[in-house]
Design a protein around this ligand. Sequence first.
Ligand code: HEC
Ligand code: HEC
Ligand code: HEC
Ligand code: HEC
Ligand code: HEC
Length: 406
Amino acid sequence: MNTRLKRQIWAASGMIVIGFALTAAAVDPGLPTGYWDNPQATQGKAPHDWSALETDLRPEACAQCHSEQFNAWKNSLHAHAYSPGMIGQFPGMGVDEGNSCLVCHAPLKEQRYSDTDDMNRSLSLKLSHPEGYDRHADIDSKALPLRHTGVSCAVCHVRGWQRFGPPPKSSAAIGHQNTPAHGGFTATRAFEQSQFCASCHQFPASMAINGKPLQNTITEWKESVFSKRGVTCQKCHMPDRKHEFRGIHDPAMVRKGLTFELSQNKNSAVFSMASTWIGHAFPTYVTPNVVVSASAMDAGGKVLRNWQWEIIREVVYDDGWKEVRDTRLMPGEQREFIAGPLPEKTTIVRFSVTVIPDHFYKGTYKSLLDGGLTEIPMAHIRHALERAEKNDYLLYEKELVIHRSE
Ligand code: HEC
Ligand code: HEC
Ligand code: HEC
Ligand code: HEC
Ligand code: HEC
């Protein structure tokens, strides 16, 4: 059966059933126990009366009926979590360590490596197929291993072949819903809670370095006004349930989170940055760096003096992780960057903010390349470094005209 025909049949059956489909259960079932277990259980045997399309876990398959979610997800970093920068490190680490990384980057049992050969085959295949799925949602194209799809639909929504999702927008019903495809689905409010993101975006408190784990996003959120106001991760990162997951790699998202102001205070120029719509530290991870610069210039455009600050949680590995400094902006915090005293002939002060989302990884990739790698991992790490370098961007730039009072 071709794809278009399948779509038409499903569309038609959907219309017939929709009238009596949605029935509510009184108690929210929550996520089944073990939903985020490591390792995951396999899906088991597929229900015998399901179509090939319903038992296909690839995002291209889901896309046949859920194109809106697919079209947003495919541009997100979740879709690219089986990344060259990660897998290029695997041959040096071994298959068990590799599988321990997949726990967040491609966690389903069906996505794990069975052995070293399996891993090496996957690394070769990834060189000729940089994307893990068919961007045009063509399910008739040749299937790549499911791990190449990274954090894909099934990772968040499918266990034991059953679909789990939030309560339908139209009815807010919870519990099992009878709908025309894949045996219906189970609706639970767990999908609307920040805790849903925790298994991959929060380390346990026991792994703290200077009081804070390397990944501490949920805790930062819990301590912020956003948790008190019920503004969850989903409200900012999945607005109207859109599967965008935009973060520090997206200049528009970062600008939305910050408020900037320039002013002169006697003989200095003041740049203020406030974290007004970020539900955690800015940035939340130890991997980005944000550089604030100021230059005092004379009327001819000559630079008289420069200033520079960094917004970063810097860590180093030296027989265990150590924190060097933490200058990040906490939710609601406002910070002033003061360029002063200004040299006498200053007429203009230019402020700029540059974001280096993959600062830490760039260093890792460079030292891996220096350390000597075999051909295939080398190709992946080179690709990762190129990509990481392209991710840097200018977030903000503005000039302040200095007024001199005689
Ligand atoms: C043949 C069409 C079809 C395919 C293929 C399909 N679905 Fe669905 N799915 C539906 C229909 C119809 C519903 C009912 C509600 C709706 O329209 O969203 C549904 C509901 C859902 C829901 C619940 C939505 C909510 O409101 O909480 C989730 C989650 C879901 N599907 C995930 C998936 C995933 C993941 C895949 C791929 C592994 C997939 N589906 C494949 C047709 C399909
Ligand atoms: C607890 C979940 C988790 C585990 C386990 C994990 N990662 Fe990640 N990883 C993340 C998240 C979240 C990001 C994105 C945020 C960031 O940049 O730190 C990320 C980003 C990355 C990136 C940069 C983006 C990319 O994909 O190129 C690399 C490289 C990476 N991880 C490698 C690894 C390696 C290697 C391991 C195993 C040693 C590993 N990760 C284990 C959650 C995890
Ligand atoms: C990182 C986890 C994650 C991934 C990956 C993911 N989803 Fe979702 N999905 C969610 C969450 C969380 C919600 C509920 C968001 C909310 O309520 O604000 C959701 C909601 C949905 C809904 C209900 C939408 C609505 O408007 O009611 C559907 C259908 C769905 N997802 C399908 C998919 C499909 C198809 C894919 C792959 C293309 C996918 N999801 C990938 C976490 C995920
Ligand atoms: C009030 C809105 C808001 C809330 C709530 C929020 N975020 Fe963010 N998040 C942002 C903005 C804006 C950015 C971009 C700036 C930045 O990187 O901090 C961002 C960035 C990120 C990043 C990029 C990596 C980095 O180092 O900053 C990740 C990962 C992330 N958020 C995860 C989460 C998770 C998980 C939650 C829930 C615990 C959450 N966010 C809650 C607004 C929000
Ligand atoms: C199965 C693990 C997993 C779950 C669950 C998960 N994420 Fe992620 N997320 C990742 C990984 C891994 C990355 C990094 C992908 C990469 O670049 O390789 C990531 C990246 C992101 C980014 C982009 C960060 C950036 O650097 O710009 C945002 C935003 C984000 N996740 C938000 C969320 C939110 C919100 C939820 C909950 C609704 C969620 N994630 C659930 C694993 C997960």
